[in-house]
Design a protein around this ligand. Sequence first.
Ligand code: UD1
Length: 335
Amino acid sequence: MTNILVTGGLGYIGSHTVVELQKEGFDVVIIDDLSNSEAFVLDRISQITGIAPDFHQFDLKDKQKTAQFFQENKIDGIIHFAASKAVGESMEKPLMYYRNNIVGLLNLLEAAKENQVDNFIFSSSCTVYGQADKLPIDESAPIKKAESSYGKTKQMGEEILEDFSAAFDKKVIALRYFNPIGAHESALIGELPKGVPNNLIPFVTQTAAGIRECLSVFGDDYPTRDGTAIRDYIYVVDLAQAHVKGLKRLISGENTSNYEIFNLGTGTGSTVLEVVNAFEAANNVKLNFKIVGRRAGDITAAYADNSKAENELGWKPETPLEYALKTAWEWQKTL
Ligand code: UD1
């Protein structure tokens, strides 16, 4: 058996990745402090796969507990999701973000080094590119100074991992996600935003459900085909499968260098209004929306050149936007 540690495994992308790992025969151990996730997700995972993952509830900032965990569990690879991820909140609480995202990572890496764990997958973000000069964005695009403390923790995380892989001969893959959306086809797991959602899709589904009165579309004066901003919306299960591919690549030694980076996006950008229309068409519902001013810190357009992931990881996203939006709505209806 290959034992994989998934930190943040009860969170949105983490839980979908646990399911895909179990389907591929990996033994999964989850560490999650439940700071932004719910314990019931563990049962939901078991309902989907028929396998209960091993679960340890603690915070990676606790260095002693982290070290003890590795002494008691033989781990072959780590997929690290556990981190705070709200852009706005990170500007109000930068120190909390650095502590959570950086100290947690350092404790994990120290324990990995001490216990000869050689394979590591890092949850990064296309936010590291800022507004890229060239579209679609490939992995050679320069990193731009992040606007938020959250974005900075992702940039720092990547740099820490690059040095870690070089100094200790460890294999690391950083996965830069574009905009993950949707839920598992079973509607048993999905995104669980706390409070008013910041991201587009949960706001859309909550508006359709009547929890929010109206979706505010942030800006229609961008230099795009309909004036609204363009993003690359990638289905969460496709994204989860890329983690499994990355892990297999590392375990079987197919990686070409110790530190690799892959973009994970569909390669196609959609405007906010295109997403609204696709959501209405896919689910046969009407969405209340109004155009308001731009949101501070937003960029005009970002979508991936995903050819590196396709050629080297053998990963190709297959799910159409409409299907992803259908699963998002099915999930919302269960909440
Ligand atoms: C945001 C983060 C990014 C993070 C990603 C995933 C910012 C500036 N960036 O990306 O760092 O990695 O989430 O969590 O927050 N929109 C509306 N109305 C809404 C919500 C969003 O019009 O109520 C628009 C936004 O202006 C944007 C698009 O929808 O054009 C997508 O927004 P969002 O889902 O928040 O993702 P990003 O801003 O791309």
